[in-house]
Write a protein that binds this ligand. Structure first.
Ligand SMILES: Cc1cc2nc3c(=O)[nH]c(=O)nc-3n(C[C@H](O)[C@H](O)[C@H](O)COP(=O)(O)OP(=O)(O)OC[C@H]3O[C@@H](n4cnc5c(N)ncnc54)[C@H](O)[C@@H]3O)c2cc1C
Length: 518
């Protein structure tokens, strides 16, 4: 059953998690003003799945059950699924800033791969357990939080060397009917308003650190789970033009001897397959991050254009403004193109699902991680200083100043001051407020810090092939003869490169509805 956003919000009442926000206990997550923007943002993924025009992007047929499920919970079967998921994530994130739920897709796909590998190596039954869990999550249309990043303690030390073992979530006890886990996941998106957590390892572990190689599903209100969270976005702030409506909470999640029954355990000490899980998740998730931040790029491009207009300036007639806008577009579509390439060159995993091509997925995420700061600079450049200097929204209703401010703070004569100020507040909200900083940091570190992407690019890129190529060309003197290799060598999946069909969505969430981008 595909829920509506309202169904989702109501469904949270069935779960009474232990949640603290800003030092206060949250009695009802569904009604907490501090979390409302986060619930609204996740809600977009529900409502859009029920809109006929987004049916192709936002829903999919789950091959193992034949059921129609939300795209955010689907296991990719083809490269077209990858491309469609990328577009779906862009769609929901340009509407909400960050719709958060795509992390579940990334984790479920990685678990699909790792559980299959573990069963083959160890004769376990993790994969059928996962399938049963997956089908239930899809049938109930749940939202899952991904509890992966451990608190980690001293970064230079491995888990077994930490003074406090609880800086990593680990298996404390094996029981005949399940496991007891303990420890801390430090940054979990949407933690207070998910139905369940997927607990997964955040790094590869050596055999001696096997207790940390654990993956399992834990209800958000399981005994022993405590969530200490931040508000989602900027709730209740009048100046928060966007993030009072849509935002994201993150929580520290404490697992204090939490019992997990067998049917919810998907990896328990198999360090090699846990490592596979971590890297597979990273690849899926970085691919999704590309779609998410392209959605943010859509917001900045639109806001930049409106700001130029409200200032009375036409980028077509003022080269420096056009250049700034073109740079913003180039950055957004540049990293998005890596996501498209990672989809097109997607790789079929031995488990049967399809994974984004890792070099392109990591390059796209690396580009957005660093270029987010340029995106903010460009939005600032075209907008002017008003975005941070504008008097607060209370002044909009001050009879002593309202009329004179309106008269002098307008730009183009046919655009009222209120509309110019509205766009300025939006640009401030997205780029120069607490929320603006948040978008920078999630882009830089969410899905892994830049070094993690660099390692993956270096690990996966066929540098030796390129060296061999040049070696061969030099020996044979091809270049001297003016002859060129007939085709650009590059990464290609072992099963061959398939160009995906174009999804039959009426308006892909790219540049324009005319289909020139995306
Ligand atoms: C808004 C937001 C939402 C997030 N949501 C989630 C989520 O839903 N689920 C989840 O599991 N995680 C989530 N994350 C966490 C994210 O994956 C991490 O921030 C990221 O992996 C980096 O880890 P860290 O924050 O602990 O930074 P650190 O690991 O402390 O890294 C800080 C710096 O130190 C470097 N460094 C770290 N360790 C070493 C070392 N041993 N040697 C050399 N250099 C090192 C890093 O490269 C980096 O430059 C989220 C992050 C953000 C910002």
């Amino acid at each position: 059953m595909l829920m509506t956003a309202e169904d989702y919000r109501e469904s949270l009442r069935r779960y009474p998690p232990t949640v603290w926000v800003d030092g206060e206990r949250v009695e009802s997550v569904a009604d907490a003003p501090s979390l409302a923007p986060g619930i609204a943002a996740v809600g977009i993924t529900y409502d859009f799945a029920r809109r006929p025009e987004y049916r192709t992007l936002m829903t999919a047929r789950q091959g193992t059950s034949g059921e129609t499920v939300n795209r955010m919970l689907h296991i990719n079967e083809t490269t077209t699924d990858l491309l469609t998921k990328l577009e779906a994530v862009r769609l929901v994130c340009r509407e909400s800033g960050c719709a958060q739920r795509y992390l579940a897709h990334d984790a479920l796909n990685a678990l699909y791969q790792a559980t299959k590998a573990a069963d083959e190596a160890h004769g376990s039954d993790y994969h059928p357990r996962l399938l049963a869990y997956l089908h239930r999550v899809q049938a109930e249309d749940l939202t899952l939080g991904i509890a992966m990043t451990d608190a980690k303690g001293d970064r230079a030390r491995r888990p077994g060397e930490q003074a406090n073992p609880d800086v990593y979530v680990h298996i404390k006890e094996r029981r005949p009917d399940g496991l007891v886990i303990r420890g801390t996941k430090a940054i979990v998106t949407a933690a207070p308003y998910v139905h369940e957590f997927l607990v997964m390892p955040c790094r590869t572990h050596r055999p001696e650190d096997w207790p940390c190689a654990v993956a399992c599903a834990v209800p958000v209100d399981a005994p022993g789970v405590t969530i200490v969270a931040r508000p989602a976005g900027r709730p209740g702030e009048a100046a928060a033009r966007f993030s009072a409506r849509y935002g994201q909470s993150t929580g520290v999640v404490l697992f204090d001897d939490v019992f997990v029954p067998h049917e919810r355990v998907f990896i328990a000490g198999e360090t090699e397959e846990a490592g596979l899980l971590t890297t597979a998740y990273a690849t899926h998730h970085r691919h999704s991050c590309i779609g998410a931040r392209a959605g943010f790029g859509d917001l900045l491009i639109g806001a930049g254009a409106l700001m130029c207009e409200a200032n009375g300036l036409d980028p077509d007639r003022h080269g420096h403004l056009r250049d700034a806008m073109v740079e913003l577009i180039t950055i957004t579509e540049g990293f998005y193109a890596c996501g498209v390439a990672a989809s097109v060159y997607g790789v079929t995993d031995p488990a049967g699902n399809v994974m984004p091509e890792p070099v392109f997925a990591n390059i796209g995420k690396l580009l957005l991680a660093t270029q987010i700061y340029d995106m903010h600079r460009l939005a600032h450049e075209v907008s002017g200083g008003l975005i941070v200097a504008l008097p607060g929204p209370d002044e909009d209703h001050n009879p002593a100043t309202r009329a004179s401010l309106s008269a002098v703070l307008a730009g183009r004569a046919d655009i009222p001051a209120e509309r110019r100020l509205d766009v300025a507040r939006l640009v401030e909200d997205l780029t120069a407020s607490y929320q603006g900083g948040w978008y920078s940091v999630i882009s830089l570190h969410g899905g892994g810090s830049p070094e993690a992407m660099k390692r993956e690019i270096w690990r996966n890129y066929p540098v030796a092939d390129k060296a061999a190529l040049v070696d061969r060309l030099l020996d044979r003197g091809l270049l001297d003869e003016g002859r060129r290799p007939s085709r650009q060598p590059g990464r290609c999946c072992p099963t061959g490169c398939r160009v995906p069909e174009v999804p039959e969505a009426p308006a892909p969430p790219g540049l324009t509805d005319a289909g020139t981008g995306g």
